[in-house]
Ligand binder design. Structure first.
Ligand SMILES: C=CC1=C(C)c2cc3[nH]c(cc4nc(cc5[nH]c(cc1n2)c(C)c5CCC(=O)O)C(CCC(=O)O)=C4C)c(C)c3C=C
Ligand SMILES: [Fe+2]
Ligand SMILES: [Fe+2]
Length: 344
């Protein structure tokens, strides 16, 4: 072997050794352990105590949360969870775990080595702290954190960062962390969404309009500088442009309001009621959700479908989240590889 061959083989071995010490932490919101009022209460209590999610002062918020919300909401929401629960458990967790397996397999086939991929949830199980434990037990020294929120919001992505910091605060030693903050403009993400819509049109026919519905946040949070609404609008615009839609054929709206204060507008349910009076066939896609969950399978596919049909619409089609579609897993591979290859 020549000197230059030896050098290049030694340096590629270094790269492989280095890649071998990296791992991926895939994060999503979290979900109850069971579709029961008790489990939903535990989940909501953890979620709704997070200052990132509800920023009201505790002396004002805790009496409302403990005295009203946690007394009434768990029973109602548990029924909704029961209607979407699967043999594998909550769709959000089951799909995120399948995504992790698919991502690990795809990384392995691209790189020829095992890059461990673990799931951590911001609230509930498996926690981010546990996922870090598992990665470290596998010898991982550098973790690429991919929160499955394409659009950054302090309420979601910011909360992931806080949980990571809390997990790390309890340790003497912890891995290097690389944080993927957002991917709302990624060409691979927009392309995956567009292909999903086109495939849906081929299989189910094309609606007269496409509603691009995102989870909302309180208007006050946007006024305080949360860039989430702007990220959503840019994703929606890029998708509509890629699909060649005219202005009159699509709209960006916001769903899943919580509480009494004003949230960012237009509201998905109001748009859907209005459109039920104007058109016969509607398609709805929810690009903020990387995996189908309560907010898509129940709120959109059941509740909002009813609003559309009750107000006069005839055909309502929900276009599923990207879930484990190959283009979605490829997008995750691209996001992760960009970080892996940044390393020396
Ligand atoms: C003040 C309350 C909430 C904010 C702000 C909020 C932002 C937000 N949430 C998601 C993604 C998901 N939310 C989900 C459920 C859910 N969200 C809230 C409240 C706020 N969300 C509640 C109370 C719940 C639980 C259900 C209910 O009681 O109505 C889920 C689904 C979880 C599941 O188990 O399936 C997701 C996903 C985003 C993206 C976001 C802001 C950008
Ligand atoms: Fe409290
Ligand atoms: Fe939410």
């Amino acid at each position: 072997m020549s000197q230059s061959q030896e050098l290049s083989s030694a340096s590629s071995q270094t790269v492989v050794d280095h890649l071998g010490k990296q791992g991926v932490l895939l994060v999503n919101l979290g979900t109850p352990d069971a579709p029961t009022p008790e489990a939903v209460k535990r989940y909501l209590a953890e979620f709704l105590h997070d200052h990132r999610v509800v920023d009201l002062t505790r002396w004002l918020w805790c009496p409302i949360l403990h005295g009203i919300i946690l007394q009434t909401r768990p029973k109602r929401v548990a029924k909704a969870y029961q209607s979407i629960w699967t043999e594998q458990g909550s769709p959000l967790l089951a799909i995120t775990q399948q995504q992790a397996q698919a991502l690990a397999a795809q990384l392995n086939s691209c790189l020829g080595i095992d890059i461990p991929v673990e799931v951590g949830m911001t609230y509930g199980n498996p926690s981010i702290a546990r996922a870090l434990d598992v990665l470290m037990a596998k010898g991982v020294e550098e973790v690429i954190v991919l929160p499955l929120y394409p659009q950054y919001s302090a309420t979601t992505t910011g909360a992931v960062f806080d949980q990571l910091a809390r997990a790390v605060a309890k340790r003497v030693e912890f891995p290097s962390l690389t944080f993927i903050r957002d991917y709302y403009q990624s060409q691979y993400y927009i392309e995956a969404l567009a292909c999903s819509v086109e495939q849906h049109w081929l299989e189910k026919g094309r609606g007269e309009r496409l509603l691009i519905s995102f989870h909302g946040i309180p208007q006050r949070y946007a006024d305080n500088g949360d860039p989430y609404p702007e990220h959503c609008k840019q994703t929606a615009q890029a998708l509509a442009q890629r699909l060649g839609l005219r202005e009159s054929e699509w709209l960006c709206s916001f769903q899943s309001r919580f509480g009494k204060e004003e949230w960012i507008k237009p509201y998905t349910d109001k748009v859907i009621e209005q459109w039920g009076q104007e058109i016969a066939q509607l398609d709805v896609i929810c690009p903020a959700f990387a995996a189908d969950c309560l907010e898509t399978l129940e709120e959109i596919q059941v509740e909002n479908k009813d609003y559309f049909l009750e107000s006069g619409g005839k055909v309502f089609n929900y276009i599923p989240a990207l879930n484990c579609q190959p283009a979605h897993i490829d997008m995750m591979v691209k996001l992760v590889m960009a970080k892996l290859h940044q390393r020396p």
